[in-house]
Design a protein around this ligand. Structure first.
Ligand code: SAH
Ligand code: SF4
Ligand code: F3S
Length: 451
């Protein structure tokens, strides 16, 4: 029998991070212990396929695992997430150490499967079928009295129906399936009872919640926000990722109406050229995006926007790239994730022949990131002197200067703030009034105000 110890390596988006956290809790409740990679009996890779690089990291990690586990009798690997869904049983042919392949919809069954594999040494299991409805899983929360981090994430859907031309997600996560609102609200209540102060609702296209017709009880996304925001004890609510084409006036109005909905929205633009946006299949143009930005700022004047951008989409010209630079300045994003376009198998864009050379993509990325750094630095520096509220998440690595303990938390805009507290007075999950006293490159420094 393999040892009942495990280690999880997580790649990719917040949905994967959240899935790994659930799997870890679920295995621990079954008596498994989390340990380091070299000592683990079960090594789980929760994988991402959104670009070629994270996919290649999975194969490199499996090579390393083969080496690391050679002294652990019975040790085996589990491949979960989007590369698992993409390659399926192909993993069994290429990597003898892999005994379970499990996609997003199969994850709910992974703890049972891992138990079986610990007992039946010649077995291999493939759980990559898509389910018809949202795959509910047991909450695996600590029994009452236990605690979870103050910042929690709750899935409200699985999959995506958009088929943006560059994107593999609709293939790896399947069609969009909304989760029943009652299950979402129950999970939120349970998390709050276990210490969550902030909840982020998660999905690949959250503001299309309910539109797929898979859930029996799915109000509009705006109404779901209202119901979650009203849960007693919830200090902060966020959601990620919304799609601009589905951002309704009702959802925008929520930013003005719900005091605990944070004044921060991650709204992926992808490109600033209408021609490129059309070829990406994004279904909005710059005029529509700018209209959304104005409406959001009218509803909540202090709202800050961040985004995702792709450079070097097939056929993108230098002039079209310049339109992305203009758009970034015009919207004044506080931060952005930007990527070189990467060919993904099966996508429409991978079949376009007019590819932008790699060196040119890198050159565009550098220029884009330089503009963003300037805007992000401005964003942070204009906060110096402001008063805000900090949610403490933990002590920071920069320890003690002799005057107290260094703590780290986030403000309502999601920026990291460092504060020094008198020793023994800070607690994870505390909300504190602070004044921002300084800005570093990617974070802020604050001092606690007397409440
Ligand atoms: N559902 C979200 C994001 C999904 S993937 C949305 O619609 O925005 C996260 C980001 O990865 C995307 O926003 C996009 O910027 C980037 N991305 C997706 N496919 C890519 C590809 N083939 N090459 C480069 N970047 C990609
Ligand atoms: Fe991919 Fe587009 Fe769906 Fe986002 S909305 S997951 S970019 S297909
Ligand atoms: Fe990656 Fe899958 Fe998320 S491809 S970005 S882990 S949905």
């Amino acid at each position: 029998m393999a040892q009942r110890t495990f280690h999880i390596l997580t790649f990719g988006c917040q949905m994967n991070v959240n899935d790994s956290a659930w799997l870890s809790r679920s295995l621990q409740q079954r008596g498994f212990t989390e340990t380091t990679l070299d000592k683990a009996g079960v090594i789980i890779l929760n994988t991402c396929s959104v670009r070629d690089k994270p996919e290649q990291k999975v194969y490199a990690a499996l090579g390393r695992i083969k080496y690391e586990t050679r002294h652990t009798p019975g040790a085996f690997a589990v491949v979960a997430g989007c590369v698992a869904q993409q390659i399926g049983s192909g993993f069994f042919d290429r990597f003898a150490q892999v005994r379970l392949v499990v996609g997003g919809d199969g994850l709910a069954m992974a703890p049972d499967a891992i138990e079986r594999l610990c007992h039946e040494r010649n077995l291999r299991l493939n759980l990559t079928d898509f389910s018809e409805v949202y795959p509910e899983r047991d909450p695996a929360l600590p029994a009452s009295g236990g605690s979870i981090p103050p910042v929690a994430y709750v899935n409200i859907m699985q999959g995506c129906d958009n088929f943006c031309a560059y994107c593999i997600v609709p293939f790896t996560r399947g069609r969009q399936k909304s989760r029943d609102a009652s299950a979402i609200l129950d999970e939120c209540r349970a998390l709050i009872a276990n210490g969550a102060k902030e909840i982020t609702l998660l999905g690949q296209n959250v503001n299309a919640y309910g539109l797929d017709g898979h859930a029996t009880n799915a109000p509009s996304f705006a109404e779901l926000l209202r119901q979650v925001a009203a849960l007693p004890g919830l200090a902060r609510l966020r959601f990620v990722t919304p799609h601009p084409k589905d951002l309704s006036p009702e959802v925008i109005a929520m930013f003005g109406e719900l005091p605990n909905l944070c004044p921060r929205l991650h709204l992926p633009l992808q490109a600033g050229s209408d021609r490129v946006l059309a070829r990406m299949g994004r279904k909005y143009d710059m005029a529509r995006f700018l209209h959304l930005v104005d409406a959001l700022r009218a509803a909540r004047p202090d709202i800050a926007l961040s985004t995702d951008l792709i450079v070097g989409f097939p056929g993108e010209t230098e002039e079209q790239f310049q339109e992305t630079l203009d758009a970034v300045r015009r919207v004044n994003f506080m931060s952005s994730f930007s990527f070189c376009y990467s060919d993904r198998p099966g996508t429409a864009a991978s079949r376009i022949l007019d590819k932008v050379p790699h060196a040119e993509k890198l050159h565009r990325l550098e220029r884009l990131q330089a503009v963003q750094e300037e805007l992000s630095a401005q964003w942070l520096s204009q906060k110096v002197g402001c008063q805000t509220e900090l949610l403490l998440e933990g002590t920071s690595r920069r320890q003690d200067t002799g005057n107290g303990e260094s703590w780290q938390g986030r403000d309502p805009w999601g920026d990291t703030v460092n504060v020094v507290l008198p020793s023994g007075t800070g607690a994870v999950g505390q909300l504190l009034p602070v004044r921002i006293t300084g800005a570093r490159k990617h974070s802020l420094i604050g001092e606690v105000l007397q409440s």
